[in-house]
Write a protein that binds this ligand. Structure first.
Ligand code: ATP
Length: 383
């Protein structure tokens, strides 16, 4: 692997002392009707490269996950930029409570809404969901208002139906103590919005920058958890309903009750749909990102095993921050690189990881920030 200098790749254009990167150009977006996806050869049986990932207009989801700090955000953002530059309307979503999309793109993408990213050739939007903060707000609202403010809050988070049901059931204790996994539920509910809303139908590539490993696994198993919880709620509801049906029928609430139960059932079905989609080999791929250290490789191996158990398709493993051979003239770097090569061997011999397509990504000489830097990284990683 040759030494990789990001700075050198831009040196003719260095124009600012404070920022060695050229400012991302704000290009006029091409009109939607010129949308075209590069036509490429049909995929092969082996794990194909970026040509395969970019081909076709059917919506595809890429989830990037791994241990904290290995470069998930950089890899996710660089993939999103590459998709957009290859003609896809792309959405990059962060479900990591410690968002770094804004830092990675060097643009303010906060706010929990779709924000356009400036720089790529085709529309690229970012969405940072702050699940933990939302859960805290939920808890505060429940405390401060005795549960009354919760519905508005949950409505805002796309979970209004669930709040409606809980409110109607008067399960105040559940409102005071948010069910475990509510933060992930908020993230999932956003995904449900993508699926259903016409506003999102233009997006043909959706890239997730997921939270570190443990969160990711909870996120993936959440639909099952909610499926079971909603089942319980519905059963409980039935019990309450039969105990109070005489009174309710006098006040004409029977129909409302039925509608509400239908809505809850719809929510459950949506969760199942999301769960199935994330396990759909045709549309979804989970890409594991790691670094060449024994600890990171071991965690990646466990992650792969868990994803296998959840039937989530995994084909690629990015090994990021590999020291280039030119580092050999530095004694410290030479020892470090030897260590990294051992970690790469470990991957090749690992029963969980050896079958994955190995993508080696070099440690570059600058922090990867802004669209030009992400494009640079994307051209190295996504081939
Ligand atoms: N190949 C690389 N060469 C040089 N710097 C890199 C490389 N990959 C990532 N970095 C830098 O490492 C830091 C961490 O990267 P990043 O935020 O992408 O990791 P992460 O896995 O998403 O972290 P977190 O788990 O905290 O969200 C950033 O400063 C990023 O610019």
């Amino acid at each position: 692997m040759a030494a990789v200098s990001f700075l050198a790749s831009f040196s003719p254009r260095i124009h600012s002392l404070s920022s060695p990167f050229p400012s991302p150009a704000i290009k006029p977006k091409r009109p939607t009707n010129t949308f075209q996806v590069r036509s490429v050869a049909a995929p092969t049986e082996d794990v194909a490269g970026f040509d395969d990932m970019v081909s076709g207009t059917q919506r595809k989801y890429y989830m990037l996950g791994g241990k904290g700090g290995v470069g998930k955000t950089s890899c996710a953002a660089s993939l999103a930029v590459k998709f957009a530059n290859n003609g896809h309307h792309t959405l990059v979503v962060s479900t990591d409570p410690a968002h770094s999309l804004s830092d990675s793109f060097a643009q303010d993408l906060t706010g929990g809404m779709l924000v356009p990213v400036e720089g790529p050739d085709f529309p690229l939007f970012a969405l940072e969901i702050n699940p933990e903060k939302a859960r805290e707000e939920f808890r505060d609202a429940a405390k401060n208002n005795g549960g009354t403010g919760v519905k508005d809050f949950m409505d805002g988070m796309g979970l209004g139906m669930l709040a409606e049901q809980l409110g109607e059931l008067k399960l105040g204790e559940l409102l005071d103590t948010p069910p475990p996994g509510l933060d992930e539920a908020i993230a999932i509910s956003k995904v449900m919005q993508f699926l259903d809303s016409p506003q999102y139908s233009m997006f043909t590539r959706i890239v997730f920058d997921t939270a570190p490993t443990g969160h990711t696994l909870r996120l993936l198993s959440l639909p099952d958890f909610l499926d079971a919880s909603i089942g319980k709620i519905l059963k409980l509801r039935e019990k309450i309903a039969s105990a109070t049906s005489a009174i309710k029928s006098v006040f004409g609430q029977e129909e409302t009750r039925q509608n509400a139960a239908d809505k809850l059932e719809q929510l459950r079905e949506r969760m199942v749909k999301v769960r199935d989609l994330f396990r759909d080999t045709d549309s979804t791929e989970f890409v594991i990102v790691t670094i060449p250290t024994v600890m990171a490789v071991s965690e990646s191996s466990r992650l792969r095993a868990s994803l296998n158990k959840e039937n989530v398709p995994v084909r690629r493993l990015i090994v990021n921050q590999i020291l280039p051979p030119s580092a050999l003239d530095c004694k410290f770097c030479a020892v470090k690189r030897k260590d990294q090569m051992r970690a790469l061997d470990m991957i090749r011999n690992d029963p969980e990881l050896s079958s994955l397509k190995l993508i080696q990504s070099p440690l570059v000489d600058m922090e990867i920030r802004g669209v030009p830097a992400l494009k640079f990284m994307g051209d190295i990683v996504w081939k």
